[in-house]
Ligand binder design. Structure first.
Ligand SMILES: Nc1ncnc2c1ncn2[C@@H]1O[C@H](COP(=O)(O)OP(=O)(O)OP(=O)(O)O)[C@@H](O)[C@H]1O
Length: 378
């Protein structure tokens, strides 16, 4: 068995049967895991008790990151991937992490998970410093990185859940109820005894999510959880993730390039740019306070040259050719709106149909991160 890039255990085909035997039949093999974690929060019926479950009214902080910085390399080649980042994630919430390529999201998540050692800063999970007391802090944590998890395709869905419960230090028999509940919540109950290799992509993704939750983690990091899913499967997973957070009082940090996913499921959004957090607010507030206007203008006077000029001036711009002219959509602030109208007027464009459209998270994101360069390019 070896450790793969995301820190998870993986194994070759020959060891599958050994795992199956060990996980499914040898009860004594499970005892050392409990002894290792010494996890007193877990109770025998599979629920998590005591301080591991906070009621919604408590709203305790599940993850607290303070002044975290991580620099790669030295001298002129140095890259500050995470630059003095602080944020809190409350219990029972989904916090979205957005940012352009190279913004520092992965480095931030890996630093919080202890997979990358930061240069400065502290991380606490449920009040426990992860660098001082890692084993205790990470008892509550699990992660799905890069849109997938190393589920074992020759094992059935339920066998995978039992396996991942075991390696996270939980007696799989003690969490059987939780596994039943997860399978039902994710629409996998009928597939419980089917080998994962025989499932569709969407189902496999759900098994990945169920595996992350199989051991009773209450703080979960999901990186691109809907990667590669069709729209329907993605929506189902989003709906079920939301339901799980509410029913199980989970805390989820979700990183994704899919704005619709973040807008739909997240209570709060952190936007990173060049290693820093440049926005930390609810989706509603970000949309309300953006100061952006999104206008759709259709005119037979719009031609390719004007469209090209506009495209060069506005970061959030789209154009669709019509039988005659174009329909353009521009998202901009008040000054940009005046500039747009002035340009159309000087170009002798008669406004045909004008509609205002609510800006969405993608518009806000592009507006806030416009001109962002990776830290290495600064
Ligand atoms: N191990 C490393 N060594 C050197 N530089 C690194 C390393 N890991 C990340 N970086 C650099 O740190 C910066 C942030 O990278 P990171 O992968 O954290 O960004 P990201 O927001 O996750 O990007 P993406 O959306 O493309 O996955 C980038 O400039 C990247 O090249």
């Amino acid at each position: 068995m070896t450790t793969c890039g995301d820190g998870r255990l993986t194994c070759d085909e020959e060891t599958i049967d050994t795992i199956r035997e060990r996980v499914l039949s040898d009860v004594s093999a499970r005892a050392p895991f409990d002894a290792v974690t010494g996890n007193e929060d877990r109770v025998s019926d599979g629920a998590v008790s005591g301080d591991a479950r906070a009621t919604k009214t408590d709203r305790e902080v599940a993850v607290s990151v303070t002044s975290l910085s991580k620099r790669f390399g030295d001298g002129a080649d140095a890259v500050t991937a995470v630059d003095d980042v602080s944020f809190d994630a409350e219990t029972g919430s989904i916090v979205g992490l957005l940012g352009p390529n190279g913004a520092g999201k992965t480095t931030l998540i890996k630093s919080v998970l202890g997979m990358v050692l930061p240069d400065e800063g502290t991380v606490e999970i449920r009040g426990i410093d992860v660098y001082d007391r890692p084993r205790e802090a990470y008892t509550h944590v699990d992660a799905m990185l890069e849109g997938a998890r190393n589920d074992y395709w020759r094992l059935t869905v339920r066998e995978n859940l039992r396996y991942f419960a075991t390696i996270s230090g939980v007696d799989p028999d003690s969490v059987r109820d939780r596994h039943d509940r997860l399978l039902a919540q994710l629409g996998l109950a009928e597939k419980a005894d089917v080998p994962v290799r025989d499932l569709s992509r969407g189902m496999k993704q759900k098994v990945s999510l169920a595996s992350v939750l199989a051991g009773g983690a209450t703080v979960v990091f999901l990186d691109e959880p809907t990667l590669g899913l069709d729209i329907e499967s993605s929506r189902t997973l989003q709906r079920e993730l939301r339901r799980l957070v509410e029913e199980e009082d989970l805390t989820v940090i979700l990183s994704s390039h899919d704005m619709d996913v973040v807008e739909t499921v997240c209570d709060r959004v952190l936007i990173m740019s060049a290693g820093k957090i440049i926005a930390d607010d609810t989706v509603d507030s970000l949309l309300r306070e953006t100061g952006l206007h999104c206008v759709q203008i259709t005119s037979t006077d719009l031609d390719a040259q004007i469209v090209s000029t506009l495209r060069g001036q506005f970061d959030t711009f789209s154009a669709n050719a019509r039988e005659a002219g174009y329909q353009i959509e521009v998202t901009t602030d008040s000054d940009g709106l005046y500039a747009l109208l002035a340009l159309l007027r000087t170009s002798d464009v008669t406004l045909g149909r004008v509609r205002t459209v609510e800006p969405d998270l993608e518009d806000v994101f592009v507006d806030l991160t416009a001109g962002d360069r990776t830290p290495g390019e600064r």
